[in-house]
Design a protein around this ligand. Structure first.
Ligand SMILES: C[S@@+](CC[C@H](N)C(=O)[O-])C[C@H]1O[C@@H](n2cnc3c(N)ncnc32)[C@H](O)[C@@H]1O
Length: 283
């Protein structure tokens, strides 16, 4: 079988489930993984024979794609803020909106010379904590998650990206005090309400950890309330709180943060035009 035959087979087998453009994008990602050929190189190697073991790998990936498994879980990694992160079914796949949040934090710290302490709550793969640690060599970064498996992934990702991040296995909702002071507290907590499940694509719903995604309809902002209460006590003078938020609950989230004593609250949209992140400053 030649590379061009594998490509045709991919198109034919997956076109009922995915758009053609998406199928081709999967094919090129897998070509890079399996054949070690970049997209531009595939175009000139279409007549090249594919080995039996490579065909097995393509077929396995095809079956998993047919089951709506995200391509990032299939290849086992993804990119976030220019860094490579290992991902598996225990962690949320980092999203581009979250890169915008990291970018906001980094831009706010541009002229930073002193040492600062940062806490990332609900770290998952560690993407926020590790991207910050990589770009702020003066920062001491802590990363917390309720999931032991996620903490293991975050630790591996910190080593892979050659940064030091202190990982904490803890349930923030049961936490009475953060025990030390921070200059920045950041969180992308679970924020999708059960009523929004119908908007979620099956590949997300069936594969990504529900503990990372969902909150109840009757108390969707519980993480924001709890984290803001803890931050009020443990953020340093003029310290900053950053959140990724539910696009439908922007104003409500601002109201909660304000009612708990923060000021200069900025609500920002993501690149899709949705209310997506908040910065609040401790007075
Ligand atoms: C939306 S994901 C964010 C993951 C990662 N920070 C990112 O931006 O891709 C939320 C994370 O919060 C964690 N989490 C859920 N409930 C938690 C709790 N009670 N205490 C601490 N972490 C929690 C989940 O395990 C998950 O990793």
């Amino acid at each position: 079988m030649k590379i061009k035959d594998v490509r045709v087979d991919f198109k034919n087998s997956l076109s009922e489930v995915y758009e053609e453009e998406e199928v081709m994008s999967f094919f090129y990602i897998l070509s890079e993984e399996i054949l070690k050929l970049r997209r531009v190189d595939v175009a000139i190697a279409l007549e090249k024979e594919v080995s039996a073991s490579e065909i097995v790998q393509f077929n396995e990936a095809k079956t998993r794609l047919l089951n709506q498994e995200p391509i990032q879980y299939i290849i086992g990694h993804t990119y976030f803020y220019g860094l490579c992160f290992i991902v598996n079914e225990n962690v949320l796949i980092p999203r581009p909106e979250t890169e915008e949040l990291v970018d906001w934090i980094l831009k706010d710290q541009e002229s930073l010379e002193s040492t600062i302490k940062i806490l990332d709550i609900g770290t998952g793969s560690g993407c926020i904590a590790i991207a910050l640690a990589k770009n702020l060599p003066n920062a001491k970064v802590y990363a917390m998650d309720i999931s032991k498996q996620a903490i293991e992934v975050a630790k591996v990702n910190a080593i892979k990206n050659e940064v030091e991040v202190t990982c904490i296995h803890e349930n923030i909702l049961m936490c009475e005090d953060l025990t030390q002071e921070f200059d920045i507290i950041v969180s992308n907590p679970p924020y999708i309400r059960a009523l929004e499940k119908k908007e979620i694509r099956p590949n997300v719903l069936d594969n990504e950890p529900h503990q990372a995604l969902f909150v109840s309809d009757h108390d969707p902002l519980l993480f924001y309330e709890k984290i803001t209460i803890l931050a009020k006590r443990r953020l340093k003078f003029r310290g900053r709180l950053y959140f990724e938020i539910n696009q439908y609950l922007g104003e409500e989230t601002v109201t909660i943060i304000k009612s708990l004593g923060f000021e200069s609250i900025i609500l920002r949209k993501d690149l899709y035009g949705n209310n997506r992140m908040i910065q609040a400053r401790k007075p």
